[in-house]
Ligand binder design. Structure first.
Ligand code: MN
Length: 133
């Protein structure tokens, strides 16, 4: 497993913001603009967390999540859906597709890194927080 966070997102502005916030906090970031490239990147990189937009061209985020979960090396990788979908049942739909957690758009710059960090296994900043509780 690499320390990289993979962002699968077709919107340049959202991608820019997420990348900026994560890199500022010391994370390495890789990105893909569509599901097919995202699946390929996930297999190649084995990222520590995958951030997944749901509204993607061609293959939506649910389909991407199902594909990712079929890969033995990605079976337990945290997949965090990042989406403005707020229809009743969407959360359940995402969870059924294998998504681990859900971050709602618009991204809140004050909360975003913590929302991601809690899924990064072995992040020393998680351990510090646990100890200080
Ligand atoms: Mn999108």
């Amino acid at each position: 497993m690499s320390d990289t966070i993979l962002i699968i997102e077709d919107n340049e502005q959202n991608l820019y913001l997420m990348r900026f916030l994560l890199e500022k906090s010391g994370y390495a970031v890789a990105d893909a603009r569509n599901g097919e490239d995202g699946i390929r990147a996930a297999i190649d990189l084995e990222p520590s967390v995958i951030l997944l937009d749901i509204q993607l061209p061609v293959m939506d985020g649910y389909a991407v999540a199902r594909h990712l979960r079929k890969q033995p090396t990605l079976a337990t990788t945290p997949i965090v859906a990042v989406t403005s979908y707020a229809m009743p049942g969407d959360r359940e739909h995402a969870m059924a597709a294998g998504v681990t957690d859900y971050i709602e758009k618009p991204i809140n710059p004050d909360l975003f890194v913590d929302q991601v960090r809690k899924h990064v296994e072995g992040d020393p900043r998680n351990a510090e927080r646990t100890r200080s509780r």
